[in-house]
Design a protein around this ligand. Structure first.
Ligand code: AGP
Length: 635
């Protein structure tokens, strides 16, 4: 999952590309590069177009590329750029995008994976092409070159030579017919100055027209300064961008009129707003996310999720629920399982999407598959959706990105109102997911007659109270969290424990600490500790527990006593007013009293903040942790 951007117009392209790449950096940040169309000096043998391509690439973050480009003085009003998350070939200048054709006249940037690149590369090398990188992507540059310039006869296959189209759009369409895999692709050709050719299959591409040119990017955030009316390119669609305008075609080259989507949020929402990092800003947005996700959900005393795309009769027939997701979204599923089974009495399985799609799960027409994804473009979750639909399941999506593939490929969708989430570690979107899943569980319980309308209304009101409860934690627990972080920062490993809802929350806490502080952490149901993990504990070993007031509170406390007896450092998220817990805990972080069913919405917040503090104390980049990217569009 990389970020690509392109611009052709009247302005200096490199500045626009760098701004776009910085905004796309959450998608991958191990190397970056641009290709700029520059006027070539009128010397003998100079290209007829009078244009050459300047390709500048750097290992590391976009800021490094920016400083390199600051010394690049040649004007250019057309270019493409890329920020990378390596899949094939380690981070290096040679493997950084853009990649070019043998003649250096064609350059491409790509987001996705080419599954048949090994065969294509072998064929191209047999036909005389030389490769400069280890990447899968580079085959695109050579395939486009062959389609543009012509293909020599292939002695091995006996295929005759083929004339070139000498048309970039045609060449890109032809190259795509040979590629198996996912691609968001942008290409430029020095022989067609000012033209950017774009193709999309299973990888996000948005395109927009501004007053001073045409723009393409992996995400609207990179072009929202220029326009808020964008086209989300569909699979199999192509676009030709010029300074004057944009034309869209299908795979056969026939012109099409894609729908235009208006973006209703502004760039301020994607800025830090005075916070030191996006993660802290987004954690502080969570009270608003709870409120916004509940807006309009109780209409005339009735729960309203009309986006479900299912009638009450169809809902009533549901006899099995699967929640499919990855990472933090999977943990939101663990919370939902507790609620759907407790309230609606429907069996609910939570499945890692990467496993679900290869496991042949039992699915019938009365199975509801709930696909949860912040980005809405996680490859495994998407593939699991397609698999579930083929098997006849009803699919309901919960995502944070309007018009994302998960939204488009589900029967119904709820959007979590978290707005743009920039920090790689999901926080506010998780809270939005848990609130949305709680609404779904309430509706299923009501439809199944397990909860009365009155009970649903009462629970809905209590759910709304979690917004101010989060605010109370943000306003009052900073010191306690800081002290707890100091206690953990030098550890090599940590264990997160809980029971019931607490066990699900513990998984999310462990993931947050792992992914941003690189401190190894595992989560366990507290009752499981004595069956093995307790062997890890020695003097000072951090055990972080969710021990809020719940039907299993006493059991959790006795498990913590077993850890304390072996010298563990006990850090507890507890219910405000619980003084008893202080007897066994070294550090206590309080949350306001809350119904156990809603405790995930509030008790997760201290664990998000704890992970962030430990990461900062260990000198880590909390917004862009190593080896990670915000959306995982590859298998
Ligand atoms: C969580 O902080 C991570 N960013 C990661 O685990 C993430 O939850 C996972 O990749 C799923 O992403 P999605 O919700 O966009 O599908």
């Amino acid at each position: 999952m990389c970020g690509i951007v392109g611009y052709t117009g009247q302005d200096e392209a490199k500045d626009i590309l760098i701004t776009g790449l910085k905004r796309l950096e959450y998608r991958g940040y191990d190397s970056a590069g641009v290709a700029l169309e520059c006027a070539s000096p009128a010397t003998p043998g100079a290209p007829a177009s009078g244009v050459t391509l300047s390709v500048i690439r750097r290992v590391g973050k976009v800021a490094g590329l920016e400083s390199e480009l600051s010394a690049f003085g040649t004007p250019s009003t057309c270019g493409i750029g890329h920020t990378r998350w390596a899949t094939h070939g380690r981070p290096s200048v040679a493997n950084a995008h853009p990649h070019t054709s043998c003649n250096g006249r064609i350059a491409i940037v790509h987001n996705g994976i080419i599954e048949n690149f090994t065969e294509l590369r072998a064929e191209l090398e047999r036909r005389g092409h030389t490769f400069a990188s280890e990447t899968d992507t580079e085959v695109f540059a050579h395939l486009i070159e062959e389609a543009y310039e012509g293909r020599p006869a292939d002695s091995a296959t006996g295929e005759p030579a083929r004339p070139g189209s000498h048309d970039l759009m045609t060449a890109v369409r032809e190259a795509c017919t040979q590629v198996v895999g996912a691609y968001g692709l942008a290409a430029v050709c020095a022989d067609e100055p000012g033209v950017i050719a774009v193709a999309r299959k299973d990888s996000p591409i948005v395109i927009g027209r501004g007053e001073r040119g045409s723009y393409v990017a992996s995400d609207v955030i990179a072009l929202i300064d220029a326009t808020r009316d964008v086209v989300v390119l569909e699979d199999g669609q192509f676009a030709r961008l010029t300074p004057e305008g944009i034309t869209y075609t299908d795979a056969d080259g026939a012109e099409i009129e894609p729908a235009v989507t208006h973006i209703d949020w502004d760039i301020d929402m994607a800025e830090k707003g005075g916070y030191p990092d996006f993660m802290l800003k987004e954690i502080h947005e969570q009270p608003r996310v709870v409120r916004d996700t509940l807006v309009g959900r109780m209409v005339g005393g009735e729960l309203d999720i009309d986006e479900l795309g299912l009638t009450m009769e169809e809902l009533n027939l549901i006899d099995r629920v699967y929640v499919i997701a990855c990472g933090t979204s999977y943990h939101a599923g663990l919370i939902a399982k507790n609620l759907i089974e407790a309230w609606a009495r429907i069996p609910c399985e939570v499945e890692a999407a990467s496993e679900f799609r290869y496991r042949n799960p039992i699915i019938t027409p009365s199975t509801l598959v709930v696909a949860v994804s912040q980005s809405g473009e996680t490859a495994d979750t998407l593939a699991a959706i397609r698999d579930a639909r083929i098997k006849g399941a009803k699919v309901f999506g919960i995502t944070n990105v309007v018009g994302s593939p998960v939204a488009r490929e589900s029967d119904g969708v709820i959007y979590t109102k978290a707005n743009k989430e920039i920090a790689v570690a999901s926080t506010k979107s998780f809270i939005g997911q848990v609130v949305s899943l709680t609404l779904l569980a309430l509706l299923l319980a009501q439809v199944k007659g397990k909860l009365t309308t009155g009970q649903v209304r009462m629970l809905f009101r209590e759910l709304g109270n979690t917004a101010e409860q989060i605010q109370w934690i943000l306003d009052t627990q900073g010191e306690a969290i800081h002290e707890a972080a100091l206690a953990c920062k030098d550890a090599h490993s940590a264990l997160f424990v809980g029971r019931g809802m607490g066990a699900a929350i513990a998984h999310e806490g462990a993931l947050k600490l792992k992914e941003i502080s690189y401190l190894h952490a595992e989560a366990y149901a507290a009752g499981e500790m004595k069956h093995g993990p307790i062997a890890l504990i020695d003097q000072g070993f951090p055990v972080i527990a969710v021990a809020t007031k719940s039907p299993v509170y006493d059991k959790t406390v006795s498990n913590l006593k077993e850890c304390e007896a072996r010298g563990a450092q006990i850090i507890v998220v507890a219910t405000e007013g619980d003084e008893e817990i202080r007897a066994i805990a070294d550090h206590v972080i309080y949350i306001p009293p809350v119904r156990d069913a809603f405790s995930a919405i509030t008790a997760t917040v201290p664990l998000q903040l704890l992970a962030r503090e430990v990461a900062i104390m260990r000198g880590c980049d909390v917004d862009q942790p190593r080896n990670l990217a915000k959306s995982v569009t590859v298998e």
